[in-house]
Design a protein around this ligand. Structure first.
Ligand code: GSH
Length: 135
């Protein structure tokens, strides 16, 4: 279980204290900071034996993780509009022109296909064991 602390642009000092000025960041033992989503997820998976079984499944997992990374990069104008609390109109505009089409064409489409292909309800294999709790 991973406790989550969320923050926004009002917490400027927190952003500056992040390794690359971006979230998410995993803080281990209240001192070691691991940034970058893929590095965080791979660390948790390795620490807890949650990696997909076999090199082929691991390659498929990395393929989808890289696609998530590309999608996150592509939707940055919307992410920044939200984080830096732009006007509602600017956020909506970025959602409609950037985030929605990118989510649909770079993310949902391929993840839907993989979920159908795998057939277990999970992207790869037939189980998920990482739990995230927000409070
Ligand atoms: N490459 C990073 C990108 C993370 C990212 O885009 N973080 C956003 C929030 S979801 C952020 O902190 N943006 C603030 C900024 O870039 O100034 C990852 O995969 O974790």
């Amino acid at each position: 279980m991973v406790p989550i602390q969320s923050f926004n642009s009002n917490d400027h000092q927190i952003f500056l204290a992040l390794p690359f000025g971006q979230g998410p960041v995993l803080i281990i033992d209240k001192k070691i900071k691991i940034a970058q989503t893929i590095a965080i997820l791979q660390y948790i998976a390795k620490e807890h034996g949650l990696e997909p079984k076999g090199t082929l499944n691991q390659a498929i997992a990395e393929m989808f993780a890289s696609q998530c990374h590309d999608t996150i990069s592509a939707i940055q104008p919307w992410v920044r509009a939200v984080i830096f609390e732009k006007s509602e109109e600017e956020i909506l505009e970025a959602w409609k022109t950037v985030a929605l089409p990118k989510f649909r064409d770079m993310f949902a489409k391929f993840f839907d296909e993989q979920l159908k292909k795998n057939g277990s309800g999970y992207l790869i294999g037939d189980t998920v064991r990482i739990s995230i709790q927000k409070y």
